[in-house]
Design a binder for this molecule. Structure first.
Ligand SMILES: *[C@@H]1O[C@H](CO)[C@@H](O)[C@H](O)[C@H]1NC(C)=O
Ligand SMILES: *[C@@H]1O[C@H](CO)[C@@H](O)[C@H](O)[C@H]1NC(C)=O
Ligand SMILES: *[C@@H]1O[C@H](CO)[C@@H](O)[C@H](O)[C@H]1NC(C)=O
Length: 396
């Protein structure tokens, strides 16, 4: 083995060629990647260098190649690397390079986020942003939708129009109903390719401007008590029973209305006895797999907020009640909050007349002894096109 000789009396240093060390794909890599260290010496007139690599404070040379490759890299390869060169068959020596630090982490974590929001109306634009935690260099990203197969396993289907681009953004400029779904992403880099694991799942919900089918919930509200019966019914204009109720719950399951938790008759799904883990998004799916009319449903003990299932139209009246499971009537005299601030205290119902866009937000109610309801999002729609047209035709 060779040993490095440090020359202390350094009168010729300025004449010594400079050395540059580079690391591909990055200084921060993940266990299993292929990593290449490269030593470049800026020496004129020297045709052939003999390279020497050493690590940390160990003086021993572990490689004499211009490029040294770790394939696959392990955690013990992490450290500070240096190189220098000596002219083959000559007398020239290069300087010693600056240290480059190689960091080797465990498996890469990929994070998927949705911007600006997960709930869209047809025609909105949305971006799926994929990032590798703590690393940005050299990744190529791919996006997938999850489809549930009959045995309730997930299939990953790569988006066919997915640019396997280097940017981490997948943008849909005009969302359509078919874009409702659960998405994941993954990144790869290097040769041979190193793949990250799949990211977290992100659902995206697209609501139709004038949906073909409505999800009718009975009782008609977004929050429901535990241990009650709940019916979810897909209704279209022709009264057909070609719709199926689907759901996506907090446990990230994308499920059919199945005997495991409910029963499906025609286009109606009935949950006989609700439990809190029924909380989730429910919608109607057509035979060809299109998803319509997603709705939030929350199941909670004892105290719930009674709020409308569907968006309130501007100018309409919004009525909220606070219900307690164990009294008849169920109305509580309670306090009503919007986004944490008290709107009205000690009332049996809260009525907002002439609703405007500014009333949109998260609402909940609270009773000093009985407890507090979950929060529900109340959205406000502008006058619909249909109503405007109708109004015009009435006026003409
Ligand atoms: C990202 O990595 C850092 C450490 O490198 C870790 O503390 C953090 O929890 C990670 N974040 C995610 C979302 O994985
Ligand atoms: C469903 O709930 C989420 C947050 O819990 C909210 O952002 C979203 O707007 C709600 N969607 C509808 C249609 O109410
Ligand atoms: C609640 O209402 C009562 C009167 O009905 C009033 O005295 C009290 O200050 C109110 N509390 C809050 C926190 O607004």
């Amino acid at each position: 083995k060779q040993h490095i000789v440090f020359i202390v009396n350094c009168c010729n240093c300025t004449e010594r060629p400079k050395v540059q060390v580079s690391i591909k794909p990055d200084q921060h890599v993940f266990r299993g990647e292929t990593v290449t260290l490269r030593c470049d010496i800026d020496g004129e007139g020297v045709t052939s260098w003999q390279y020497s690599w050493y690590k940390d404070s160990s003086g021993s040379v572990f490689s004499e190649l211009q490029e040294h490759t770790f394939s696959p890299v392990t955690k013990s390869d992490a450290g500070k690397y240096f190189c220098y060169g000596v002219e083959r068959g000559g007398s020239r020596r290069s300087q010693h390079s600056d240290a480059v630090t190689l960091t080797v982490s465990d498996r890469a974590q990929t994070d998927l986020s949705v911007s600006p929001q997960k709930w869209l109306t047809e025609g909105d634009s949305v971006s799926l942003i994929c990032e590798v935690n703590g690393s940005s260099a050299g990744w190529t990203f791919s996006w997938f939708t999850l489809t549930a197969s009959s045995d309730n396993r997930y299939n990953f289907q790569q988006l066919s129009d997915s640019s396997r681009g280097t940017g981490g953004n997948y943008t849909v400029s005009s969302a359509a109903l078919k874009h409702t779904g659960v998405y994941v992403c993954r990144a790869e880099r290097g040769n041979p390719a190193y793949n990250t694991t799949y990211s977290n799942k992100q659902p995206v919900w697209v609501t139709g401007v004038s949906p073909l089918v409505s999800l009718i919930i009975s009782p008609s509200r977004t929050q429901h008590f535990t241990y009650v019966s709940l019916s979810l019914s897909c209704e279209d204009q022709s009264n057909s029973d070609r719709w199926r109720v689907k759901r996506y719950t907090e446990s990230e399951q994308w499920e059919n209305c199945s005997s495991r938790w409910a029963s499906q008759t025609g286009s109606t799904c009935t949950i006989n006895s609700t439990i809190t883990s029924n909380t989730g998004v429910y919608w109607c799916q057509s035979e060809s797999g299109e998803n319509y009319h997603p709705v939030n449903i929350t199941v909670h003990y004892d105290v719930i907020l009674e709020s409308p299932v569907h968006p309130v139209t501007e100018g309409d009246t919004l009525t909220l009640r606070c219900l307690y499971k164990f009294t008849t009537p169920q109305n509580l005299r309670a306090d009503f909050y919007k986004a944490g601030s008290l709107l009205q205290n000690q009332t049996t119902e809260m009525i907002i007349s002439n609703v405007s866009k500014s009333h949109e937000g998260f609402y909940y109610c609270k009773h000093s002894e009985r407890g507090e309801s979950p929060k529900s999002w109340i959205s406000v729609r502008g006058e619909t096109v249909d109503q405007k047209t109708l109004l015009k035709s009435v006026l003409v």
